[in-house]
Ligand binder design. Structure first.
Ligand SMILES: [Zn+2]
Length: 469
């Protein structure tokens, strides 16, 4: 009897010890691993209270310009100032009426100082504040200004990536807003549902990809057909397959085309025919691999792109999807990322907008750690480059030919209004080899009759700007 009760006590003791150890481990985890996440949580008001003792750090562009800084007037009143007004407003974000963009994501660092609590207390007594860390972004103001000016007053988005580093050199979304005046304009901005100025179209705009999606269809066709080079099709400007109708843009007949010409001229009838021949299960698997219907491989938030096809899809759905219409939706960032992998030997380097965080003496406190993911084999990327180059040398993007750089790309005109077939979301996605850099540009221009000219013009201006640097 005594033995049995001793055993019970022993079991209870062990249980208490185990629980105690687990509790210590959990507290340690929260303190070491979870602390930064909890403190950096946008709902954590405690971090904002640090602003009483710390002047919020600045946000810089990669080319050394101030994108956001806190200035203090003679009365000690602080004001957050954005010297480039609307430029990069969605990426940088705002710091009143809540927070967004990097102002939100980097809040913890911007309000963290090297000064210990004793120094901060002494500072406080002498009415001095410590200085928060500065955030150095990957954004380039020269590229941003060129891209923004060329997009003009159109609605749309531009993404510029360095394919070998994953740096986001430019991310523009229009309509945009001026973070300097957001407080005064807040109610008109949030009520403007026609323009949605706070929506970052580069990362959250889900558009039909139009003919830029032919790159994916082309790749699947090449993977499934060893003799893809033998492809030929006689385009009469329209096609009727088992009662499903489709036509090429402006009903133009492309005549006899091989695969290169079908792609370079963006022949819908050829690609609808190719779509019908594809194995739907494998087509879907390729799209999964290219990050449709899943979280994107980025260092910031992005909306998922979607691809819908399966064994039960109708011929019409398949034909539409093969040319980037149908239910397929894509963000400009995602389209740029696929192009980035093509440009970089099949390897996608994770896109990011923060290069590093430094203290007031320029000492590095945090740095982006590069990560990458293989989307294509290097052989697939070489083959696709050849087709993308043809688009520039004799296809729909010859404005990029005969330049001091070698450009590759694909145009797209996505219909979105059945009652107005000449109104398009116009796309360009491509890259240029400029010196030893591979620069990706993806642009989408909403609701335009320009036949894709603005998207191509943005790419040209950006490539020219970088080539001249
Ligand atoms: Zn055609």
């Amino acid at each position: 009897m005594k033995l049995k009760s001793n055993k019970c006590i022993l079991i209870v003791t062990y249980a208490v010890v185990v629980l105690f150890v687990l509790m210590i481990v959990w507290i340690g985890y929260l303190d070491i691993v979870g602390r930064k996440n909890i403190e950096n949580n946008s709902y954590n008001k405690r971090v904002d209270s640090w602003a009483e003792n710390v002047v919020r750090g600045s946000i810089y562009s990669a080319d050394g310009n101030i994108l956001a800084q806190t200035v203090t007037d003679e009365n000690g009143t602080e004001k957050r100032v954005y010297p480039y007004d609307n430029l990069f407003s969605h990426v940088i974000g705002y710091n009143s009426n809540g927070k967004s963009g990097l102002e939100l994501k980097m809040n913890y660092y911007l309000l963290t100082s090297n000064d210990n609590e004793l120094v901060q207390a002494v500072n406080q007594l002498s009415n001095q504040k410590s200085t928060g860390f500065d955030v150095i972004t990957t954004l380039d103001t020269r590229i941003g200004e060129v891209a923004s000016a060329t997009l003009g007053n159109n609605k749309g988005a531009v993404v510029v990536l360095d394919a070998s580093t994953g740096e986001v050199l430019c991310e523009i979304s229009k309509p945009d807003f001026n973070p300097n005046t957001i407080e005064e304009e807040w109610s008109s901005i949030i009520e403007d549902s026609d323009n949605s100025p706070l929506l970052n179209r580069a990362t959250a705009g889900q558009y039909p990809p139009g003919s830029t999606f032919k790159l994916v269809t082309l790749l699947e066709y090449i993977i499934e057909n060893e003799s893809y080079d033998d492809f030929s099709y006689n385009c009469t400007g329209s096609i009727n397959y088992n009662g499903s109708q489709m036509s090429c843009i402006y009903h133009s007949a492309h005549g006899n085309v091989n695969l290169s010409r079908a792609f370079a001229y963006s022949c819908n009838c050829s690609f609808a025919t190719i779509g019908i021949e594809l194995d739907m299960t494998r087509y879907k698997l390729l799209c999964d691999k290219l990050m449709f219907n899943t979280d994107l491989f980025t260092d910031f938030e992005c909306k998922k792109s979607s691809f819908y096809l399966d064994e039960n899809s109708t011929d019409f759905d398949i034909m539409q999807t093969a040319i980037g219409q149908g239910k397929t939706l894509m963000t400009p960032m995602h389209n740029a990322m696929i192009m980035s992998a093509v440009a970089n030997d099949g390897v996608l380097v994770k896109p990011h907008t923060v290069a590093k965080v430094v203290d007031k003496n320029g000492r590095e406190k945090m740095k982006f750690e590069s990560e990458s993911k293989t989307l294509l084999t290097s052989q697939e990327s070489e083959i696709l480059k050849k087709y993308l180059r043809d688009v520039v040398t004799f296809g729909t993007a010859t404005n990029l030919n005969n330049k001091p750089y070698t450009a590759y790309g694909k145009t797209g005109s996505a219909q979105f209004d059945d009652s107005n077939p000449n109104l398009f979301h116009s796309w360009f996605t491509g890259f240029a080899e400029i010196g030893d850099r591979n620069i990706v540009v993806c642009a989408v221009v909403e609701s335009t009759y320009d036949g894709g000219n603005t998207g191509k013009a943005i790419a040209q201006k950006v490539f020219d700007c970088i080539a001249q640097q």
